[in-house]
Write a protein that binds this ligand. Structure first.
Ligand SMILES: [Zn+2]
Length: 149
């Protein structure tokens, strides 16, 4: 079998943003909508890994491979200006929401780790890549996305 799918993006060479998010399928469509419709980035390189960039906190080689690819592909080929670290609620790399005493504790853990990972990556990546952070939280209406400084 073969399929033809129209694609206007092949003609493009640059995008302003790279995103690293968790592989979790439950958040894929909402994450896309957040980045495109709410952050306003129609085009972005997408890196997906269990726990997003949380493995930067481990000394297991992920940080080295990830930063090398961001520089070689997203910066040098696609000229990104920003990197978004996108965490999500109920992430299995934290043991899910059940691993936390309450929603506030989960939020505190995510924002703490986001800042630590951001600070580590900032020392590894070129200074002209701005690292931005966000996370999603479960609310009765769906997911609430919050950007943090
Ligand atoms: Zn996850």
């Amino acid at each position: 079998m073969s399929f033809i799918i129209p694609n206007e993006n092949l003609k493009k060479h640059e995008c302003p943003l790279a995103v690293i998010r968790c592989v979790d399928f439950r958040f894929r469509e909402s994450d896309q909508e957040f980045v495109v419709n709410h952050l306003g980035f129609a085009d972005f390189d997408l890196y997906a890994w269990p726990g997003a960039a949380k493995d930067v906190l481990k000394n297991n080689g992920f940080k080295t491979d990830f930063t090398a690819k961001v520089v070689a592909v997203s910066k040098n080929l696609h000229s990104i200006r920003k990197l978004l670290l996108l965490w999500h609620w109920d992430c299995d790399s934290y043991g899910g929401s059940k691993a936390f005493a309450d929603a506030e504790a989960e939020e505190v853990a995510y924002t703490k780790d986001l800042h630590v990972v951001r600070d580590i990556l900032a020392t590894e990546l070129p200074e002209d890549i701005e690292i931005i952070m966000a996370y999603s939280k479960a609310v009765p209406q769906g997911l609430e996305y919050t950007t943090i400084e």
